[in-house]
Write a protein of this length. Structure first.
Length: 508
């Protein structure tokens, strides 16, 4: 106390002591808040993949047709991707913690509905509701993270944890889905979310401070909300249909055309709106623009690994669901290690060099995987490139999240977080559709050109995977160029930005 008085030359009032006590209390709780936010993010990421291995069992139990089974995945991704920007703005305007809690409770209920479904329609409705509440959870969690952690060193570590969960959770979902399907029931791939979400609710109430919502001077941007929501849904669904129906069918072209037209209309509306849903200054800043483009490209490359290695493990090597999931385990472990290293290096070197190195490691990993041939095994041909890619994904995801939210005003953190999530969601949909279509064509071409080769089906499949790996490597390379050209933040810029950042305000 005496040192404080001597340094400032003023007496400390009771109000100042109380404020300092509140600040210290918040500082002691922020790492607990990170655990709660990370648990919620893990649920959201897991649910994109956890049902993948369990889907054939759910299809059999509920009598779902072949044509309808994709809705168990599409219902989640469509609604999630379509509502993200709206969910992010709701977090800004209604309070981040409030929307986070609503998302958790709703996600718990939707998971129970989907896990206890007795018909295919009930499962699809439950999955759609999961996506809707995930669209509240994801941007609220990331925006809370950005305003709770304002110190540059601590923010880097927090983003490293969050990035590791975001990237590694996809692989972890396959492990969890395989284990629950093999030893319990496919229903538990969904039901497990309910107790986890309710525990997270209790944790959020205990350790996350209630924030003051952003004051609004005008009404909601309803035209913007409608056009961007239906535009994103149309694009995500259009890319999903491309994998099933082909790129040149009327349904695919119609959905993509409507989607892009609605997004163009959205940009026009936002440019003229006095109270826009997405202020164009957010994606318009060159560093954030580069991070968002990278967030669109990198999931395409990632799906080259996840999608086709999953096929390789189960169809070629004959792995069980659980063994196939465990085969992906080095990926989240490698990401965790790389993210931790990145968090210590980023304040010193800045995001650009680390992200470029990460993208180039991704290129090297996928090119290495593309050498896969018939008769190769896991340890010799898959483990090494998988670890190389994981080491690259750590700095990429940490850097993307840090740059996309760097120097974003507190009142825009929710919608900026949602924009990052939306870019990744669209990238995943594009990757699935594009790589599936091209790999099928490659397999057919191989079979036509080599009709007499032994083990034709297996060799054609592996050839198609190799083609997909090369294409994924190309997307990583494009991402490296974008990062090098557009992300210009220096370490001192990060520090200066965080000095001007504001801690999450306390509601009175």
């Amino acid at each position: 106390m005496s040192e404080l008085i001597e340094r400032r030359g003023v007496l400390v009032t009771g109000t100042e002591i109380q404020a300092k006590h509140v600040d210290n209390q918040q500082n002691s709780m922020r790492w607990w808040a990170l655990i709660v936010l990370s648990a919620a993010q893990l649920m959201v990421v897991l649910d994109a993949t956890v049902i993948t291995i369990a889907l054939p069992y759910a299809q059999r139990d509920l009598g779902i047709s072949e044509g309808d089974k994709q809705w168990a995945i599409t219902a989640y991704t469509l609604i999630f991707g379509g509502l993200l920007l709206l969910g992010g703005r709701m977090a800004d305007y209604l309070g981040r913690r409030r929307i986070f809690l609503i998302g958790l409770v709703g996600f718990a209920a939707a998971s129970a509905l989907a896990g206890l479904a007795q018909t295919g329609a009930q499962l699809f409705v439950g999955r759609g509701l999961q996506g809707a509440f995930a669209a509240l959870l994801a941007p609220a969690a990331l925006s809370l993270l950005s305003v709770i952690f304002t110190d540059v060193q601590e923010r880097a570590r927090a983003f490293a944890v969050f990035a590791g969960i975001t990237a590694g959770g996809i692989a972890f979902g396959l492990i969890v889905g395989g284990a629950l399907t093999e030893f319990a029931s496919w229903r538990w791939t969904l039901l497990m979310n309910t107790p986890i979400a309710l525990i997270a609710v209790a944790g959020a109430l205990a350790v996350i401070v209630r924030d003051v919502p952003v004051p609004r001077t005008g009404g909601y941007d309803l035209p913007g909300a409608v056009t961007v929501t239906f535009g994103l849904i149309s694009i995500v669904y259009g890319f999903s249909r491309a994998a099933e129906d082909g790129w040149l069918t009327g349904s695919t072209l119609g959905l993509l055309g409507v989607g892009f037209a609605l997004l163009i209309a959205f940009v026009v509306i936002e440019a003229r709106s006095a109270n826009p849903l997405l202020p164009l200054r957010i994606p318009g800043e060159i560093n954030r623009g580069g991070a968002l483009i990278a967030a669109l490209l990198i999931p395409i490359a990632m799906f080259a690994m996840f999608l086709f290695l999953s096929f390789y493990y189960q169809n070629t090597l004959g792995y069980s669901p659980l063994k196939a999931g465990i085969a992906f385990l080095p990926f989240p472990v490698g990401i965790g290690i790389a993210a931790g290293i990145t968090s210590s290096l980023m304040p010193k070197f800045g995001p650009r060099p680390l992200m470029v190195v990460g993208a180039l490691l991704g290129v090297a990993g996928l090119v290495w995987l593309a050498q896969l041939s018939y008769g190769d095994g896991y340890a010799a041909s898959v483990l090494g490139p998988q670890l190389l890619m994981a080491l690259g994904m750590g700095p990429l995801f940490v850097g993307m999240q840090a740059v996309a939210l760097h120097q974003v005003a507190d009142e825009d953190s929710g919608v900026a977080s949602a924009l990052l999530n939306a870019a990744q969601q669209i990238g995943g949909a594009v990757g699935t559709a594009l790589l599936t279509t091209l790999s099928v064509q490659a397999a057919k071409s191989y079979a036509t050109d080599n009709p007499t080769v032994d083990h034709l089906v297996e060799r054609a499949s592996i050839y198609s995977y190799d083609v997909a790996f090369y294409i994924g490597a190309g997307f990583f390379l494009v991402a490296a160029v974008v990062i090098a050209a557009m992300i210009r933040d220096k370490p001192e810029n990060l520090i200066e930005g965080d000095e001007h950042a504001h801690a999450i305000p306390v509601a009175v």
